[in-house]
Design a protein around this ligand. Structure first.
Ligand SMILES: [Zn+2]
Length: 374
């Protein structure tokens, strides 16, 4: 255990950067609450602000922590909550984002942040939280679960003098799976004004869901609830029940969790800064796909049925994935046309040339498997 100069155990700071709720529950669903707390670590005093500032939205997301805990318990799922105020360091920003440590918040200067040691703040209060999220996801994956991430926030009803009409905002980037299902379900309530990427946009790179959801291909959504709705115990009781029902239905509508990359695959970078631009990433992914196709063309001795039995996919699946991707861009391809991209000839020609009669063993194995989905 490393000690700092004052003799304090460093691991204490590490452990106190976040709080886990229902730690022992399997994370098929993982709740996150970046802005749960208005507390400031003892060493940082009051950041030069008056006490009153800490009861406002600039310090934390009012009601969000209680709502997160309720949902975690209702869904029998774990939750990770930030332990310190967003004014110390904003957990929903990349570590090198200039707004991670805010010098100005909603028009108010934060004196204690003017000369802040940002690297120190990140190391003590930001990195451990995100490592904990990562570890929770890894643990779930090792148990065969593909966690669905639900990040809970709340927003101030009036921003710069302008009242906000939305009751609830659904924030998302490029993965519509849970966001769409939630917005549809919320709209059916009839009396809820739903924000689609309002009052904020969910497309900020390197925010919490970008890092843990988008980059890992896991379904995710950020739910913003207007603070006046959940600022009192009475309101909280009403809205946590309503949201619980809505989320349950939306998860059901979304269907089983799968890994789906909605953005190009990124290299991991501990600082969260981009290693290369999105086009370059896409080109590298395409290069890997071309190599795979070339390999399969050379290895025509490898039979589709054996691929299916062993790995649950075959050349036809690759062709169908290509076709689906084209359809996503509004380009209609025939089944055989798309599969030809993989085979390098018509699938019928390939079959005539290279397909061998499957052994009874392989046939029995294939028949015993549930029909695969693409
Ligand atoms: Zn927030």
């Amino acid at each position: 255990m490393a000690m700092d100069e004052s003799g304090n155990a460093r691991s204490e700071a590490h452990e106190s950067a976040f709080e886990t709720c229902n730690a022992g529950k399997p994370a098929a669903l993982l709740f996150l609450c970046d802005h749960a707390s208005n507390a400031v670590p003892p060493g940082l005093g009051d950041l030069g602000l008056c006490q009153e500032a800490f009861s406002t939205h600039i310090a934390f997301d009012i009601g969000a922590a209680a709502l997160t805990r309720h949902l975690a318990t209702a869904f029998d799922a774990p939750a990770l909550l930030g332990r310190w105020s967003r004014l110390v360091v904003d957990l929903n920003r990349g570590a090198d984002d200039p707004t991670a440590v805010m010098k100005l918040s909603d028009g108010r200067i934060v004196p204690g942040n003017r000369e802040a040691d940002v690297a120190e703040r990140v190391a003590r209060y930001h990195a451990p939280y995100h490592q904990a999220v990562e570890a929770k996801i890894d643990e779930a994956l090792s148990q065969g679960l593909l966690p669905i991430l639900v990040s809970m926030h709340s927003f101030t009803p009036v921003w710069r003098g302008v009242p906000r009409p939305w009751h609830i905002g659904i924030l998302w980037d490029k993965d519509p799976r849970l966001a769409r299902a939630l917005m549809d379900r919320l709209s059916r309530e009839g009396d809820i004004v739903v924000g689609d990427n309002e009052p904020y946009s969910g497309t900020l790179e390197n925010d919490t869901l970008y890092r843990h959801g988008t980059m890992r291909g896991l379904p995710h959504v950020l739910i913003e609830v207007r603070q006046d709705l959940i600022g009192s115990e009475q309101g909280l009781a009403v809205w946590q029940k309503r949201l619980e029902g809505v989320l349950r239905d939306a998860l059901h509508a979304m269907g089983p969790s799968r890994i789906d990359f909605s953005r190009p695959l990124a290299l991991k970078n501990t600082k969260g800064s981009p290693v290369m631009d999105e086009n370059t990433k896409t080109e590298l992914e395409a290069a890997a796909f071309r190599k795979l196709v070339a390999h399969l063309r050379e290895r025509h001795d490898v039979q589709n049925i054996d691929l299916m039995n062993l790995a649950g996919f075959c050349r036809n699946c690759l062709g169908d994935w290509y076709r689906e991707a084209a359809a996503g861009k509004g380009i209609t391809l025939g089944k055989d046309e798309a599969r030809e991209v993989v085979y390098g000839m018509s699938p019928a020609d390939w079959k005539a040339r290279y397909q061998k009669a499957a052994s009874p063993d392989a046939q029995a194995q294939f028949a015993a498997k549930p029909p695969h989905q693409h």
